[in-house]
Design a protein around this ligand. Structure first.
Ligand code: ADP
Ligand code: MG
Length: 588
């Protein structure tokens, strides 16, 4: 077996892949699939590479080198203690670590490698990368472009159709988007754009700003001048950011962050996903602009695009997916873990050079979206019942976990009937009902507010979905599990799934309101139908625009009283009167 390993030498993380028995796979480094591209000088003077170097960064930033990739091709040196190193020498330490991990895992010597570089890398930077490989003791068979590697990982080169693909790569420190053309096995980069100073690190900083503000609010002092505290907050922000990719909120706790006059001060803050999204949206707008610029350079319009591939760890942020999907009308392919795709593709290139036969990688995915039924409100505040809110989009690799917060429609609501569906239709009931369960004895989130619940879906490798619901006010939990369809597909098949914009626009994403089943509300006291609860919710919102409006307050009271009294005729009259009044007020 003549093996050629594939290496993704990334700005913040690197990874190594091989093709074994015809299938590309990632070679783990320790317990992880990716290794931080960080090199440091340890406390005892020894060299540290990867996770240990990254862990010491907060303590010894002067003895730690990060993001060396940015300096590849420059005539410069960096210092680790007394010793000066060139950028290829630092990169070589990273490559050597990956090389060793691969040999240990395979139990044999490996000498040859394919290494990837960004499409925009200059000749000097490519040459420096080749040199780094040689210093690490590798025979560098080829330097290939990262977007090309991503396309190879998806097996797109094995289709005979000509295809135009946008590879959107948002990593830790850099962003780039390339338009590539594939035709009978030939891959050509037609245009490339990006920002070499934009990535997950910037999102961490924006989130750290939120944490700093919370700390200042709580204690009236700022941690800004304390380097250690700021470094700890940056790590906490990165962890929180990752959590927010799958959960609607995160709690960040850092004990003894700062000591003021002998008194230790802690950070205890809750951050909502939408706050984080608002903080990074302008940065993401820039990436969408770069996508347009790349399309323009390639001389094509976005509807000529066949596919969008997602690469880079930061594409796991749900807002990235939403923005790119909305902008292009194409559902981005994320079937391969986005931080592994480039290394897998480099391994595929290695196998092609070695003349080894290749099978498709098969990944387990959810072939249909999974979600629940909610009530939506249109711009006029009118209700749209039976709306489908997706928690896990189709073609997501499993296992996966996603949680969202939903609000009830009315403060008096005490129960929610959760209906779990599988499918792509915007109308919930047109999808396949997988199961339902009643979540009752709910409490208002705060006085006068409807209950709020966090719904979480956990989908395992066998397509079993565990659904759990948490009532935020009471802390009560309930759960059930259902069996969803489950498929094993090649990434090329998955990337081929293209959804039209009209279909996409019907999706309900994000926060919705949960429908209440009439039987489910508290007995006797409030037997309100969904429509009436929704109407009352709409009236509450109108009331916010017209604070203290007596006519409206009376009309609301009339409906509530009639409903409580259980008098159907009176209730109908009162509802009609309220609807008329709402139309008048909403027109103003
Ligand atoms: P590189 O730029 O080195 O190629 P990667 O593609 O591995 O790096 O991306 C690393 C970035 O992805 C880091 O900023 C990391 O915090 C971020 N990241 C990884 N997983 C997630 C996640 N689940 N949600 C948000 N960001 C993530
Ligand atoms: Mg990368």
């Amino acid at each position: 077996m003549s093996l050629i390993i594939g290496i993704d030498l990334g700005t913040t993380f690197s990874a190594v892949g091989i093709v074994r028995d015809g299938k590309p796979e990632i070679v783990p480094v320790g317990d992880e699939h990716i290794m931080p591209s960080v090199v440091g000088l340890g406390p005892d003077g020894g060299l540290l590479v990867g996770a240990p170097a990254r862990n010491q960064y907060a303590l010894y930033p002067d003895r730690t080198v990060r993001s060396i990739k940015r300096q590849m091709g420059e005539q410069t040196t960096v210092h680790l203690g007394e010793q000066a190193y060139t950028p290829p020498q630092i990169s070589a330490l990273i490559l050597r670590e990956l090389h060793r991990a691969a040999e240990a895992q395979l139990g044999q010597k490996v000498e040859r490698a394919v290494i990837t570089v960004p499409a925009y890398f200059s000749d000097a930077a490519r040459q420096a990368t080749r040199e780094a490989g040689e210093v690490a003791g590798l025979v560098v068979e080829r330097i290939i472009n990262e977007p090309t590697a991503a396309a190879l990982a998806y097996g797109l080169d094995r289709s005979d159709q000509r295809q135009l693909v946008a590879v959107y790569d948002l990593g830790g420190g850099t962003f780039d988007v390339s338009i590539i053309e594939l035709d009978s096995g030939v891959v050509e980069v037609r245009a490339s754009h990006g920002n070499t100073q934009l990535g997950g690190d910037d999102f961490d900083e924006r989130l750290r700003e939120i944490l700093v503000a919370r700390f200042e609010e709580a204690h009236g002092v700022s941690p800004r001048d304390d380097r250690r505290a700021m470094a700890r907050l940056l790590r906490a922000a990165e962890d929180a950011k990752v959590t927010l990719s799958s959960r609607p909120m995160v709690r960040v706790q850092e004990e003894y962050l700062l000591t003021v006059e002998g008194r230790p001060l802690n950070l205890d803050a809750e951050v909502q996903r939408h706050e984080f999204e608002a903080a990074i949206r302008d940065l993401l707008d820039g990436t969408v602009d770069a996508l347009d610029a790349a399309l323009k350079d390639a001389g094509i319009s976005s509807d000529e695009l066949d596919k969008v591939l997602f690469v880079g760890g930061s594409t796991r942020i749900p807002l990235v997916w939403e923005m790119v999907r909305e902008h292009t009308g194409i559902e981005p392919a994320v079937a391969i873990n986005p931080d592994e795709a480039v290394a897998l593709g480099a391994a595929v290139q290695g196998a092609i050079i070695a003349g080894e036969p290749l099978d498709a990688i098969l990944v387990d995915v959810t072939p249909h979206s999974l979600g629940i039924e909610v009530v939506e409100f249109d711009l006029q505040g009118r209700t749209i019942p039976d709306h489908y809110s997706v928690l896990i989009p189709r073609n997501t690799t499993v296992p996966t976990s996603r949680a969202e917060t939903y609000a009830g429609v009315h403060p008096a609501q005490t129960a929610i009937n959760l209906k779990i569906y599988q499918g792509e239709h915007a109308i919930a009931s047109r999808n396949t009902l997988l199961g339902e369960f009643l979540f009752d004895n709910l409490k208002p989130e705060a006085p006068g507010l409807p209950p709020a619940i966090v719904v979480q879906f956990d989908c395992d490798l066998n397509g079993i979905v565990n659904i759990s619901a948490l009532d935020k006010a009471s802390g009560k939990q309930a759960q059930t599990s259902v069996r969803a369809a489950h498929a094993r597909l090649s990434p090329a098949e998955i990337a081929g799934a293209r959804v039209s914009l009209e279909q996409l626009e019907q999706f309900g994403w994000g926060e919705g309101a949960l429908e209440v089943s009439a039987e489910a509300t508290a007995p006797q006291s409030l037997q309100l139908s969904t429509e009436i609860l929704a109407l009352l919710a709409r009236a509450q919102r109108t009331l916010e625009q017209h604070p203290g409006h007596q006519g409206l307050l009376d009309a609301i009271a009339a409906v509530e009283n009639a409903a409580n009294a259980g008098n159907q005729d009176v209730l109908e009259q009162a509802t009609e009167a309220l609807i008329d009044l709402l139309y008048d007020l909403e027109d103003e």
